[in-house]
Write a protein that binds this ligand. Structure first.
Ligand code: S3P
Ligand code: PEP
Length: 428
């Protein structure tokens, strides 16, 4: 892809049905659970992007056969029916790139398997938190040595059967720590109970993990508000349909809210397992007209957008979308509850503040969010830095007349994003 893309508003109101690619979160859960299952799974609607490619490649290194269709939207996985049992070329690190899901879910499954392997990631992934997860896995019996910095990637994992019993976690810096422990739990010797002493971050992702575990035959549930339990089970392979990605859908639905017209996203609605489908409530509160059925979402631009006060702790990945909507609104917007963003692909709170200011907004940065006062007129033609962060690139392409630097970073979750915008006449 070119080193920058010039984006402009659509030539007129949009009237389109747009389907984002498969959900990253569901694809990577389904891949790893199918790998642990007895029998074959046929996964349909999968995302084919950097984050899912590293997951497939890692599983393939462990002898799991993942046969992908040409566009990799269908993947047939032959499960190993329990823990992973081998690693090809064990001295060569398994690369998780910047995929938080792959880094956390795989670390837990490796720790629960009788294998020794090295896990490494991108320079950014080496900075992203792993600590509480690695400590919990050690307490469960795994031997994990971090070779560069304490409790960070890269690390060498010598797995063992997890003991089960109780794991107490203070507030983990990522909900993926909880999901990772839940995913590995069917491999443990005894039921694994997780007690979240200071509450559950991004609960919809934890609910999604429980639902996926149950889909593959596990006994996995909430015992109390912040206590989870999974029993040891052999998972069963199955046919599985991956929903379209609800975080990716936020950019497409916002196009109608910002520029007018109507965008429909079929296949995503109230029945979805993804918490980010609730972003339509944010669009509604800001002034767009929203209709959501069990399996479809429709947003219509209804004129002026208004600034709002938002707690996005349950849907952190929608923050940058909300921040750019705020730029187009009348009146200030406050975004709270998303300190987790400091540890994502970039420090997204800092990135948003810097880039929104280039577009004329007044921004106050908080540890857990932002105050955004939109300009009377958005500065046209600003060059947006994207910090190797797909969501910065996708969200800021909604700003109007902008140049997006390093647009190729969208390969992490939505490789064809700018082709979709080009199809709407938005790429110069
Ligand atoms: O479990 C998942 O699939 C995810 C959980 C969230 O992570 P954090 O809890 O680290 O924010 C989210 O940001 C990420 O994109 C996907
Ligand atoms: C935070 C994200 O990704 P991950 O943590 O899965 O790398 C994201 O996709 O916005």
């Amino acid at each position: 892809m070119t080193s920058e893309v010039r984006v402009r508003p659509p030539p007129g109101p949009i009237l389109a049905a747009l389907t984002p690619p498969g959900s990253k979160s569901l694809t990577n859960r389904a891949l790893v659970l199918a790998a642990m299952s007895e029998g074959t799974s046929m996964l349909r609607g999968c995302l084919d992007s950097e984050d899912t490619q590293v997951m497939r490649a890692a599983l393939a290194r462990c002898g799991v056969v993942c046969e992908a269709s040409e566009d990799a939207s269908e993947v047939r996985v032959t499960g190993v029916g329990g823990p992973l049992t081998r690693v090809d070329e064990p001295e060569r690190p398994i690369d998780v790139a910047t995929a938080g899901t792959a880094a956390r879910f795989l670390a837990a499954v490796f720790a629960a398997s009788p294998i020794t392997c090295l896990v490494d990631g991108s320079a950014r992934m080496r900075e992203r938190p792993m600590e509480g997860l690695l400590q919990a896995l050690r307490a469960q019996g795994a031997d994990i040595r971090c070779t560069a910095a304490e409790d960070m990637l890269p690390c060498e994992i010598r797995g063992a059967r997890l003991r089960g019993g109780e794991i107490r976690l203070a507030r983990p810096p990522s909900s993926q720590f909880i999901s990772a422990l839940l995913i590995a739990a069917p491999l443990a010797d005894a039921p694994l109970r997780i007690v979240l002493e200071q509450g559950t971050p991004a609960r919809p992702y934890v609910d999604m993990t429980l639902a996926c575990l149950r889909d593959f035959g596990a006994d996995a549930r909430w015992l109390e508000r912040d206590v989870l339990e999974v029993s040891p089970t052999t998972l069963r392979g199955r046919d599985y349909h991956v929903e379209p990605d609800a975080s990716a859908a936020t950019y497409l639905l916002s196009l109608a809210a910002i520029f007018g017209g109507e965008v429909r996203v079929p296949g995503l609605g109230r029945a979805s397992q993804q918490g980010d489908t609730r972003f339509c409530d944010v669009l509604g509160r800001m002034g767009a007209s929203v209709l959501q059925g069990p399996e479809i979402t429709l947003v219509r631009g209804a004129g002026t957008l208004h600034g709002v006060d938002l707690d996005l702790s349950d849907m952190p990945d929608t923050t940058l979308t909300a921040a750019v909507l705020a730029l187009h609104a009348v009146g200030p917007t406050r975004i709270r509850g998303v300190e987790v963003l400091r540890h994502h692909e970039s420090d997204r709170i800092a990135a948003a503040a810097t880039e929104l200011r280039k577009l004329g907004a007044e921004v106050v940065e908080h540890e857990d969010g932002l105050d955004i006062t939109p300009p009377a007129q958005i500065v046209a033609g600003a060059a947006i830095d994207t910090y190797r962060d797909h969501r910065v690139a996708m969200a800021f392409s909604l700003a109007g007349h902008v140049t997006i630097r390093d647009p190729g970073c969208v390969a992490k979750t939505f490789p064809k994003y700018f082709e979709v915008l080009a199809g709407l006449g938005m790429v110069e």
